[in-house]
Design a protein. Structure first.
Length: 338
């Protein structure tokens, strides 16, 4: 099996230049760098055509020109460039979502497609100015490392008549049918405010619920209000962690006619769809902010934006598109049965 070739790094090129200037042989340099002598010999010829000297800057410039295959697609004033800017600034799509969606919309026209790495390079290579600042600010922020729950107030336990996730129907696990939800809260500054989040496991469709606080009463009212807007066929199960805010889960079941299941303690991987979605929502609701300032109208607007973003896990279709198709499929099967 052939090995994957890796270009010399900037540090390696600088090391070559220093070593050759100091009189080292190519073979001695290759051993110290754990590289093939042939690799260094070819690099020297690219640098300035000699086996005994090397210009690291010239070698780097040559390598960068070789990496580009074809003309640059994201040029100022180009319609494709304007479209990419609009999707980042107005729709808050990530470069990966943009690239994936362009492949879906233009499968046979490579001139209207661009890879996500090219978009990132375009943004960071853009001349300094207000547009560059706006583009960078609109990119997704890196997630902070999750802190163990033991560092904060224990919010688990004390829930009666919990139904384990192990009792959840196989249908929910397979993700084939919509109506199986994962739920949680995202917390504001000092845990003094919260927003309820509900995500469909099959379609990644998001619902946001305004809650007055993180109490069981507030969560019952907020989740009940939002879940009852859904058709009954889309209210099957809800999987939650063992937070005390779900202490009134039996009342929630009566109001919404769905079954509530609880994940194991300290097991966020059992609710992966919701955990991932909460991370994406931090773009709109940064940590340390007061979440009580947001109205239900604004939360619904954010949910609509999330549901109309292409998702890699959905083949770069949007959750809204997939949910609509699932509903049509369900309606079609019901009509056939009747």
């Amino acid at each position: 099996m052939s090995k994957c070739y890796k270009q010399l790094s900037v540090d390696e090129r600088n090391q070559m230049q220093r070593g050759l200037n100091a009189g080292q042989s190519l073979r001695a340099l290759a051993r110290s760098m754990n590289r093939s002598p042939g690799t260094l010999s070819r690099e020297c010829r690219r640098g300035d055509g000699s086996r005994h000297s090397y210009d690291a800057v010239r070698g780097r410039d040559w390598a960068q020109t070789q990496r580009r295959r074809g003309p640059c697609k994201l040029l100022p004033g180009n319609p494709l460039t304007e479209q990419v800017h609009a999707l980042i600034l107005e729709r808050t799509w990530s470069p990966e979502q943009i690239a994936g969606r362009l492949r879906v919309e233009h499968p046979d026209d490579s001139s209207q497609r661009v890879c996500h790495e090219t978009i990132y390079q375009h943004i960071y290579a853009h001349p300094a100015g207000e547009l560059k600042k706006m583009l960078i600010d609109a990119l997704r922020k890196g997630h902070q490392k999750r802190r163990p729950r033991t560092r904060g107030k224990d919010r688990r336990g004390g829930i009666r008549n919990m139904r384990s996730i192990r009792e959840r129907p196989e249908e929910a696990q397979s993700r084939e049918v919509p109506g199986h939800w994962e739920g949680d809260l995202i917390k504001g500054a000092f845990n003094g405010s919260a927003i309820g989040t509900l995500v469909d496991r099959s379609t990644r469709f998001v619902i946001l619920a305004k809650v007055d606080d993180a109490s069981a009463e507030a969560v019952l009212e907020g989740f009940s209000r939002r879940l009852r807007t859904l058709p009954k066929a889309l209210r099957k199960t809800l999987t939650y962690d063992q937070g005390r805010e779900m202490a009134r889960h039996e009342e929630l079941e009566k109001r919404t006619h769905l079954m509530v299941y609880f994940a194991d303690p300290h097991s966020p991987w059992q609710r992966p769809t919701n955990e991932n979605t909460n991370g994406l929502l931090r773009q709109y609701f940064p940590k340390g902010t007061d979440l009580s300032q947001y109205s239900q109208q604004y939360l619904t607007k954010v949910a609509n934006e999330m549901n109309n973003r292409p998702r890699k896990s959905l083949g770069f279709r949007t959750p809204a598109e997939v949910m609509a198709q699932k509903i049509r499929d369900l309606n079609g099967s019901v009509a056939l049965q009747n």
